[in-house]
Design a protein around this ligand. Sequence first.
Ligand SMILES: [Zn+2]
Length: 282
Amino acid sequence: MKIKFIGVGSAFTTRQYFQSNLLITAGNGRNMLIDCGTDIRFSLSECLSISENHVSDVIDSVYVSHLHSDHIGGMEWLAFQSYFSQRPNRPGLFMEESTMYEMWDCSLKAGLGCIEGKQMHLTDYFRCNAVAGDGVFLWEGIFFTLVKMPHIITGYKNFYSYGLLIEEAGTDGKGCGEKFFFTTDTQFTRKLIMDVSDNVSVIFHDCETSPGKSMVHAHYNDLCTLPSELKRKMWLYHYQPDPVPRPEDDGFAGFVTKGQEFVSHRTEQEKSTRRVSKTSKV
Ligand SMILES: [Zn+2]
């Protein structure tokens, strides 16, 4: 499995960084987008070095963490582009269940709700898989576990983003290899991060680097207060253009750079199990 950052910036970023969306490539070569923001066709085209016209053809599925436009602003494009493609396809869609309904009702339905001569629904464009807020789904041999992250707390209607624990599935149906934690957009939440990150090899953490704190994203200065064993495995993304700090000096793994790729390695035990089962099949 490969995890590639096709963008690392905030919602109001520039082409130099692009919005923080990811591409996960499974062992069989299939691709899943993790979030699909307004600049997705440009970021994906640049990342994969293919034309913007054909970029949707390589997407098997998409996961959406929450409903801000740097995470869903490209969904109408992906839906129409896939539906009306020379080779029409219906990408898989994985989302927390209530967020999926809200995305359709409050955002996408206005543009995607009809085409000439036909009423349309989300399921006409996507193979929809609604997932419980603390649920797990399996895609192409990879486990994804949702983690509910506080993004905007109003006290009336709170707005959550669903982060992901990502781990390859072994032949025994359990996780094998490194476990990655991708926070998606989140406030700074010390206890939750420490609880979730216990058996995690790599943490990708939302990090704002603006002079002031928005409070809806974890600020760099607050992340600096985390224990050093946590910071060592923490890569920071979703930062503002031209960030000033040098994360390595403060004990972090670093800022993720646009296009940076992380590869998951299976455990030696899993590799040998796979070798044996392959040989015995022959
Ligand atoms: Zn957001």
